[in-house]
Each structure stands twice: as structure tokens, then as C-alpha cells.
Ligand binder design. Sequence first.
Ligand SMILES: [Zn+2]
Length: 254
Amino acid sequence: MYAIIGGTGVYELNTSLENIEVNTEYGSVEVDFLEIESGEKIYFLSRHGKKHSKPPHLVNYRANIMALNILGVKYIYSTAAVGSMNEKYEPGDLVIIDDFIDFTKSRIMTFYEGKSGVKHVDMSEPYCSNLISIFLKKSMNSNVEIKGSAIYVTTEGPRFETKAEINMYKNFGDVVGMTSVPEVVLAKELGMCYATIGIITNWCTGFKNEIKFHDIENSMNMNKEKLTQLFLEIFKNDNIDQESCHCNNAVMNL
Ligand SMILES: [Zn+2]
């Protein structure tokens, strides 16, 4: 089974989806889905809730990822709105997220809280290399242009960053967002393959023209539809497995 986690607004795209509510020990989650020819399902999860009502620091990341796990999802593509602090990446560009640095402060980061012993998850390849390479190959013959790869600095939000913070973060990464951690970590803990395409929606504070709020919406709208179509095409046509990545054996028992 497959899933697409959309940041802002992926929902408006699909009008003929069925809907299911999944109860997890962390809360219940509403998920839409469609069935493909193979009989498998592609699930759509709106990270911030269907009405975009949950700010990044209050998203129930554990419920979201556990719900997909309960539904049998193994492969997840997600989109994330990010600000750029790398001059190569401009608003409107798309980047592959290939690593992260975590500056969040108040989030629960794990499913492993000691009940089943002490466990650590390997983060040498947080985003699935196999899903990334399939996506890159597929994007070459499509209208989706990927500008390059990016390290994602995760901040707590919901406020934007100060100039001084961006001055520091730009030494560590290329883009800033508020949601990739702990989402990617939780997916890895459950052995799922997970990859993220970053949609550059604005320049970070102190960069060029700084943040313009209307930029965020315009840029998301331009890109979300083509990305979702490409994810769907991959899930429908490509044989994806976990043979060439380490996503399903990244948890170490100590
Ligand atoms: Zn994988």
C-alpha cells in the first residue's frame, strides 16, 4: 500500500476519493484513498488536517504515521513547503530533501518509549534512497523539474525565523521548514520508505525579498498538482520494493 502526505492543499485535487477514519492509540486520523488496478490502495493524508487547522508544532505526527502503518502502507511520498536560504533555489523551485537537521523543541519524536526495551533508529539515510531514485528517474520524462538536493533545517514554528537564526541555519542547510521532523523519523521507526519533495515557497528572513505570504500559496498551487500526478504514476506503474534500501531494518535494539 502507498501514501501521499501533502503539506498545504493537496486535497482539492481529488474529488472522487473514498474516506476512512483510522483509530490509533495516539488519536484518530482521517485518510482518503483510491484503489488502483493492482487492487492496492493509495492513501492521501493531509498533514495539517483537512481544514489546514493544525499548526506544525501541534500536528499529531505519531497518529498520522501510525494510521498509515495500520493501513499497511509501506511507501510514502510527501511534499513540504520550505523557505530557501540557498541562492540556487528560488521560490517556485522543487528540491529533493536528502537529509535534515533538527531544531524543533516540543515534539514527541518516537514510538519507542521504553515499553519494548531501548531502541534507536539509524539515521544514516533518513529519506529512502530507492524512492528518491525512482522519483528522479520518472521526473526526467515529465513536466516536473527538480533543481537539486537540499538539507532541510526543521524549526519549531509556527513563527518564522529571525535574521540571526537564518544566518546560522544557512551554514547547516539549504531550506527551512517546520514539519519534516519528526515525520521522517517516525516513518523510519516503523520500517516504512519515506521521501520528501520540497516546494520552495519563499526566501527566508533576511534573504532577497524576504517572506511574502501570497508567494506561499501561489507556489504551492503551481506545484502540488504535478507532483501528486507523478507520485500516482509511480505508485501505479513502478515495482517498488525494499530490497535496495535499509528502511525496514533501521531500528536497532540495545
Ligand atoms: Zn526505503
